[in-house]
Write a protein that binds this ligand. Structure first.
Ligand code: HSE
Length: 295
């Protein structure tokens, strides 16, 4: 027997929601195919699209780690060959490791004829994320699994809330050809937050969530601000301030770092401003001698 599942790219944090907000992106993602074998073991048999860099060792691979955790929980032994097709670049900030783990979990759940509800797959995906980047954050895996915009109100216990997505909300992703590991991008963050920054950040999270509920694009725009992670991370991201300046007049509602970067995301109302945003950003990256993919 064989099953195949796809999981989409995601934008985590969405500026103000460090580790608690994320949304799924249409189109791009990773796929995992599972084929039953007779060995009672998980084998990572093939990975495409990673340039040979991801581990085939089942103890280290995000997909097999996630699947094994789920099988252990259910008390099932199963032999599966895992074939992973990476559609997402590594170290890009588009939730690459999350998409692999989620696709693997959705596939194995389907293989077992869906004993678990989708949201119950989340703890296993978080565990895999911890193996992949050292931190068990859910703001990529939750939207990759559930779709749309997601708030993680709490981690202990997990309290995940799906938020509405305004009809005309569009996202542009600008992916410079530059790699940044989540682990490195987290290591520059501070443990302590000054009270005044906590106030600003909470106000913006509330504003963004309200903006989504109200379809208030002005409120969404005003709330796309991050005073906690972005100031420390921006220096790791080539062109961050220049791109933000360049796309300001192109109709962007706001721009931020997608997850831990270096991909930048820009939200807009409708599609009309997308070509202008892409071309303004391209000019910046070109002037820096950096290639960029825009989605
Ligand atoms: N919330 C995580 C971080 C997302 O910012 O480190 C990583 O993609």
């Amino acid at each position: 027997r064989t099953v195949k599942a796809f999981a989409p790219a995601t934008v985590a944090n969405v500026s103000c929601g460090f580790d608690i907000l994320g949304f799924a992106v249409e189109g791009m993602g990773d796929s995992v195919q599972l084929i039953e074998n007779n060995s009672q073991e998980l084998r990572v048999v093939s990975i495409t699209g990673d340039g040979g860099r991801l581990p085939l060792d089942a103890a280290k691979n995000t997909c097999s780690v996630a699947i094994q955790a789920l099988l252990d929980e259910l008390g099932i032994r199963l032999g599966l060959d895992i074939h992973l097709e990476k559609g997402l670049p590594l170290g890009s900030g588009m939730g690459s490791s999350a998409a692999s783990a989620v696709a693997a979990l959705v596939a194995v759940n389907e293989f077992l004829e869906n004993p678990l509800e989708k949201k119950d797959l989340l703890p296993f995906a978080i565990l895999a994320e911890k193996v992949a980047c050292g931190a068990g954050h859910a703001d990529n895996v939750a939207p990759s699994l559930l779709g749309g915009f997601v708030l993680i109100r709490d981690y202990h216990p997990l309290d995940v809330i799906k938020l509405p997505v305004p009809k005309d909300l569009q996202c542009v992703l600008l992916h410079p050809h530059y790699e940044l590991r989540t682990e490195d991008s987290r290591s520059v963050l501070r443990d302590q937050i000054p009270l005044k920054y906590s106030t600003i950040q909470s106000g913006n999270v509330g504003g963004l969530v309200s903006g989504l509920f109200l379809s208030d694009y002005g409120l969404i725009s005003r709330s796309l601000r991050d005073v906690i992670a972005e100031p420390y991370r921006a220096v790791l991201i080539p062109g961050f301030y220049e791109v933000r300046e360049a796309i300001k007049s192109a109709g962007s509602l706001g721009m931020g770092i997608s997850g831990s970067g270096p991909t930048l995301f820009s939200l807009c109302q409708g599609e009309s401003s997308i070509p202008g945003i892409i071309s303004a950003a391209r000019k910046v990256y070109e002037s820096m001698g950096l290639g960029v993919d825009a989605y």
